[in-house]
Design a binder for this molecule. Structure first.
Ligand code: HEM
Length: 249
């Protein structure tokens, strides 16, 4: 009598809860919210560091050297890249899934303040911020397209002598503010902080944070681009070209 046939091997089923969580729409939203809130912490520390530009070249370059000599910097930079990738990739996937589920936008009256300039432009401002980050990191960190000055202060402020570059920063930073004005309060709601008593407070704090970040960053291109062209401060005191489009004025 022939032996009973062994059952054909079946493909291993993934019981991984983490994958199921990330595939679910709420899982994606939670990850976008968490990554976004961590990125807000980066923005706050990045703003605090960059405001040292107003204290002049030596102070800013001391700060930059202190950062660069920190052995944890590569770890922090790697973490930042991962946070940006999670935030962007999952936000795009959630938006596409949303559009596929509801191909024709329908109008529901949600009250007079349901839609805000921030909430109705999230995809647009998100794309603008992405383009900004690519140009910003390429020009300021990797120094593409501009002469590498002997100091970071001269390099950063020199770029703002270019009115097109400074103007692009102004537009992009308004985009950052709009994105945050909806993103922060929306992230807290996604994480469950949704209560008639606390929601107005969270909305106000989100708006205040967005204004603080936008105005704080905007002060830099506006001041160094359109008000004062800071003289470059090479360590040896010699004159140096102060930016990609010409000398200090
Ligand atoms: C006027 C506004 C800003 C100024 C002056 C500024 C300045 C700088 C400087 C000096 C660096 C370090 C370059 C180096 O390591 O050599 C940097 C890096 C960076 N900035 Fe900004 N920044 C501004 C706004 C922003 C904003 C709004 C964002 C995000 C939306 C941002 C994202 C980044 C990122 C991701 C890096 C790379 C971090 C790293 O890998 O070390 N920056 N920026």
């Amino acid at each position: 009598m022939p032996a009973a046939e062994a059952p054909a091997p079946t493909a291993p089923r993934c019981n991984c809860r983490a994958v199921e969580f990330l595939e679910s729409s709420i899982g994606k939203k939670i990850m976008v919210a968490l990554a976004g809130l961590f990125l807000c912490v980066f923005l706050l520390t990045h703003l605090a560091g960059n405001l040292i530009l107003f204290l002049g070249g030596p102070a800013f370059d001391r700060y930059a050297q202190m950062l660069e000599s920190n052995p944890l910097l590569p770890l922090a930079e790697g973490g930042l890249v991962v946070l940006f990738l999670i935030h962007i990739a999952l936000a795009v996937r959630a938006r596409l899934a949303n559009m596929a589920a509801r191909p024709v936008a329908y109008q529901v009256y949600k009250g007079k303040d349901a839609r805000t300039p921030g909430s109705s432009t999230m995809a647009l401002t998100g794309t603008l911020v992405l383009v900004f980050i690519i140009i910003h990191v390429a020009t300021i960190k990797f120094q593409v397209g501009g002469a590498k000055g002997p100091d970071l202060f001269g390099h950063v402020t020199g770029w703002f002598h270019n009115p097109l570059y400074a103007g692009f920063y102004v537009v992009a930073l308004i985009g950052v503010g709009l994105h945050l004005s909806h993103g922060v309060q929306s992230a807290f709601q996604t994480l469950g902080l949704n209560h008639p008593r606390y929601t107005p407070m969270i909305k106000a704090l989100g708006a205040a944070f967005a204004i603080l970040i936008a105005l704080g960053f905007l002060s830099i291109p506006v001041y160094f681009g359109f008000i004062v062209h800071a003289p470059a401060t090479p360590p040896n005191g010699a004159a140096m070209p102060s930016g990609p489009i010409g000398g200090a004025q």
